[in-house]
Design a protein around this ligand. Structure first.
Ligand SMILES: C[C@@](CO)(OP(=O)(O)O)[C@H](O)COP(=O)(O)OP(=O)(O)OC[C@H]1O[C@@H](n2ccc(N)nc2=O)[C@H](O)[C@@H]1O
Ligand SMILES: Nc1ncnc2c1ncn2[C@@H]1O[C@H](COP(=O)(O)OP(=O)(O)O)[C@@H](O)[C@H]1O
Length: 292
């Protein structure tokens, strides 16, 4: 977030926040341990924040309207999770102010990097600050959960061991790391993977102390690879450099590497039909410093 762009330096109420990060996440492991009566799956996962993501600009409107100024191909304004997040906060706090919102989209959609969820979390945190609606981080997480299972994690704002549907957290203390992320050029619907009849839903629950990034598994990976062979191809390609795995419900795959230089060398060799990025772990979400 670019604090230099906060406007009205002489007047206390801030009217604008520009360049607010909506970071990507990786799931370092993901076990499906059961299914709730409402169809949602019980998970255990390790969420890792990355220093790479979308950025959003927010500007307060006095007329109460919430407008998206940027275009997002394939996602009409009314369906955009950013707009839905802003409306949800406005309605649940009876706030009379509105906002103009611009999303600078970088993260591939349907990538398992949590892009939409992270955009929504950043929106809730930014507008809670700009509108002075005063919700606590816990209240924002509860609101966020109604938008998507991944949203609370981004408001929690640091690496976490998560359970439930992904909304119950314990802090996870991980060494800084450098990753290569590869998008095999397909977008995957999370609902499609979770609804597969081939998905195993009976992983034995583990304890946080049992988690090691080097012996990790994603229960969604086999289903995604069967439906989308590009995911399996990307894992095989990346695995020639370092152990590679899918994040979330896909489609992106990633590997931890020894250095930024090594990451760059791998990125430079990525087949032109795919996209690759290097990303560094992020210790704390920059928006969580804003407070309510
Ligand atoms: C799989 C994960 C792992 O972090 O990430 P992504 O791959 O989507 O990034 C998440 O659990 C996804 O969270 P999110 O993308 O917010 O999912 P939601 O919008 O809440 O749910 C989309 C659909 O996935 C299914 N779903 C989602 C989460 C969950 N614990 N159980 C489910 O069964 C439901 O069918 C739901 O309708
Ligand atoms: N602001 C947004 N950014 C990304 N996707 C969005 C957004 N608003 C709605 N969506 C919808 O949510 C779907 C899942 O998006 P995304 O969060 O990128 O994937 P994933 O859940 O795999 O991490 C997209 O395919 C798109 O249809």
């Amino acid at each position: 977030m670019d604090s230099a762009t906060l406007t009205h330096p002489a007047n206390p109420p801030v009217q604008q926040l520009r360049g607010c990060l909506a970071p990507a996440k990786l799931n370092l492991f993901l076990h499906v341990t059961g299914r709730r009566a409402d169809g949602y799956h019980l998970l255990q996962t390790a969420f890792r924040l990355l220093d790479w993501g979308d950025t959003l600009d927010f500007s307060v409107r006095e007329d109460g309207q919430i407008r998206r100024l940027s275009d997002l191909p394939g996602v009409p304004e009314e369906e955009d999770i950013v707009i839905r997040a802003a409306r949800l906060l406005q309605q649940s706090t009876h706030c009379s102010a509105g906002a103009d919102i611009t999303v600078h989209k970088v993260l591939p959609m349907g990538g398992g990097l949590g892009g939409g969820s992270s955009d929504a979390a950043t929106t809730l945190m930014a507008l809670n600050h700009l509108w002075r609606t005063g919700l606590s981080a816990e209240q924002l997480q509860a609101l966020g959960l109604t938008l998507g299972a991944d949203v609370p994690f981004f408001i929690y704002g640091r690496d976490a061991f998560a359970e439930g549907v992904g909304e119950k957290f314990q802090p996870l203390h991980l060494d800084p790391a450098c990753y290569v992320v590869v998008s095999p050029g397909v977008g995957i619907s999370t609902a499609e993977i979770f609804s597969s009849k081939d998905l195993t839903r009976d992983s034995v629950p583990i304890k946080i102390a049992d988690f090691t990034a080097s012996h990790a598994r994603n229960d969604l990976q086999a289903v995604a690879c069967r439906k989308y062979p590009e995911v399996a191809e990307a894992i095989d390609w990346l695995a020639q450099f370092a152990p590679a795995r899918m994040t979330g419900s896909g489609a992106c795959v990633y590997a931890a590497v020894d250095s930024e230089a090594q990451a760059q060398r791998i990125v430079d060799q990525c087949p032109t039909r795919w996209q690759a990025w290097k990303a560094i772990s992020l210790a704390q979400h920059p928006m969580s410093r804003l407070g309510g």
